[in-house]
Design a protein around this ligand. Structure first.
Ligand SMILES: Nc1ncnc2c1ncn2[C@@H]1O[C@H](COP(=O)(O)OP(=O)(O)OP(=O)(O)O)[C@@H](O)[C@H]1O
Ligand SMILES: [Mg+2]
Length: 392
């Protein structure tokens, strides 16, 4: 039995909802230029014109979703002729479900579930827009989830060609892509009509992370809960992960840990303990967004590391069995499991390194000459645990 507990009505949280990921922050600092570009792109809709298409690109947790949500909020306040639809492509991965979502945003309820064709849904959307003289802006958030079977092309094509099939409709698209490397190439028939303005979201710098998290803590916690030193520790972890979501999750989990100790302020140990969970959040999100080839590389690396540890234990630690993780060995296993060639493998390694999931460093190796040694930046158990079966 723990000695001390807080009373039920005692808490460190003044406004707990500020630490939820879907919270749209009142203050949205350090993204002025991106926000201006978004507003510039949607502005034509105020004059009844089709807005510019846009593509927001950047690593996870860099404010892309938040920027678009805030731009939509502002736009809807000032433009009664505009309707916005924010579609989460991880949740809706087919053209049919995406257009059902858009239908829902417009009409206020989902289309009837059975027997309604895609064409009928599009007809209804167009009829609504033309009949009510509305311009539609669709945000396709995490569009990388549509990169299977050319679904992204199908969705973009249907949206951007709607004015031809349904005269009078005005639709603009904001695609959001959580990726450093633009590995996907749109179909030429889409490329020629999409032509988006690109808005880049770089990782936040250490000072920016500090100012955002400090703001959030001031509003969300009671005074004195988070000391400047402990905040710095949280900023260090967040900066290392490169994902602001990790920082917000750390604030929440560390405060819960402090509450569990019946303390009224967060200690460095609370943060360290919280980080074990928070880093997994980032890892699972990144792994879920990878293609199957990139996931295959991680699985091979993790299984090899696991086997190596097993062998070490069985040998009583006397003989550590060497598990080669050079790029060449890894490629052989990758090719066997996926059938893909070296160029793709190389591009995937580069992407995994950019996402900070692996280290790929040149090791000088005596007789074998120079070769790259590939290591996982996370424990094999964490990687295998974060690997969920792909939904498609
Ligand atoms: N400039 C900012 N000021 C305050 N909070 C921010 C800022 N940027 C991001 N956040 C917060 O960080 C979290 C992650 O931001 P957001 O969801 O917008 O990132 P994202 O770029 O869409 O990430 P992903 O690619 O993983 O979807 C959110 O909880 C958001 O409130
Ligand atoms: Mg997002």
């Amino acid at each position: 039995m723990p000695g001390k507990t807080l009373l039920w009505d005692q808490t460190l949280f003044r406004r707990g909802e500020l630490f939820e990921f879907d919270h749209v922050p009142e203050h949205f600092a350090h993204r002025d230029s991106q926000f201006k570009s978004l507003i510039f792109g949607v502005r034509p809709a105020l004059q009844g014109m089709r807005p510019l298409n846009m593509l927001c690109v950047g690593p996870p947790g860099t404010g892309k979703t938040t920027a678009v949500r805030k731009a939509f909020e502002e736009l809807c306040e000032h433009a009664s002729g505009v309707i916005t639809a924010h579609v989460n492509c991880q949740a809706s991965q087919t053209r049919y479900t995406i257009f059902s979502q858009i239908f829902h945003s417009l009409i206020g309820h989902a289309p009837p579930t059975s027997g309604v064709s895609f064409k009928k849904i599009l007809d209804e959307i167009a009829k609504y827009l033309v009949g009510n003289e509305k311009i539609l802006i669709v945000a396709l958030d995490d569009i990388n989830y549509l990169f299977h079977e050319k679904e992204a092309d199908n969705v973009l094509y249907s949206l951007l060609r709607a004015h031809e099939t349904h005269p009078g409709t005005k639709i603009g698209v904001i695609a959001i892509l959580s990726d450093d490397s633009l590995s996907y190439v749109f179909d030429p028939k889409v490329g020629s009509i999409f032509l988006p303005e690109e808005i880049l979201f770089p990782r936040y710098a250490w000072d920016e992370i500090k100012s955002i998290l400090s703001d959030r803590a001031k509003l969300g916690f009671y005074p004195g809960v988070l000391s400047p030193d402990v905040l710095d520790v949280i900023v260090d972890y967040t900066s290392e992960a490169g994902d602001l979501r990790v920082g917000i999750d750390l604030l929440k989990r560390s405060a819960l840990n402090a509450e569990e100790r019946a303390d009224t302020s967060i200690s460095e140990d609370d943060v360290r303990l919280a980080y074990k969970k928070s880093r997994m959040l980032h890892l699972s999100r990144m792994i879920a967004s990878l293609g199957s080839g990139e996931q295959a590389i991680l699985i091979i690396l993790a299984k090899r590391a696991e086997a190596k540890e097993q062998a070490g234990k069985e040998g009583g630690g006397k003989e550590v069995v060497k598990t080669e993780q050079t790029a060449g060995d890894l490629y052989a296993a990758f090719h066997e499991s996926t059938g893909l060639g070296y160029t793709r493998f190389h591009a995937m390694l580069h992407k995994l390194a950019t996402l900070r999931l692996i280290d790929a460093e040149i090791a000088t190796e005596g007789v074998h000459g120079r070769s790259r040694r590939i290591t996982l930046k996370y424990g094999f158990g964490d990687v295998l645990g974060a690997m969920q079966p792909r939904s498609l």
